[in-house]
Design a protein around this ligand. Sequence first.
Ligand code: MG
Length: 156
Amino acid sequence: MNAPRIGLGYDCHRLEVGGDCYIGGVLFDSELAPVGHSDADVLLHAVCDAILGAAGLEDLGTTFSDNDERWRDCSSSVFVEHCMAKISKKSLGLVSLDCVLICDNPIISPQRAAIRQRLSELTQLEIDRINVKGKTTENGDAMRITAQVVALLIES
Ligand code: MG
C-alpha cells in the first residue's frame, strides 16, 4: 500500500550545570546542559524516534543502546544519519518534520533558524518542511528539557 506513514517521537533529558548544550545539532551558549550517554541532544533523539516509528523500525534506545560504548559521547547527528539510511533501505523518504521543544532554559527562539538549517542538512529536507517551536514549562520543572516530533514518510 502506497500510503503515507506518520511517526511520533518523544524524548526528555535532565538539565545540569556545565557541559555542552546541544539541541537540534546546534550548540547553545547555556549554563545548563542536558545529561545523557551520547551528547544528550533531546531534539535529535525525538527526530530519530519519529522517523524510526513511522518506518516501523525498532526505537532509538534499541537501535543505539546506552550499553554500547560506540555511542558514548557520540554526536546525535550520527544517529539521524543512520536513521535516514535505514528508511532509504526500506524505500521510504522523509516528507516533513514538526518539532516542539519544552524547556525554560535555554531559550529556543534565537536558535530556531539554526536548528531548522541543521535539521535540513541532516535530512535533506527543504527548510519549509521542517518546523521547530519552543515552549516554556509555565513554572513546571526548569531542570528538564522535553522534545516532541512528528515525522511524515512516503514510499520513494
Ligand atoms: Mg535521549
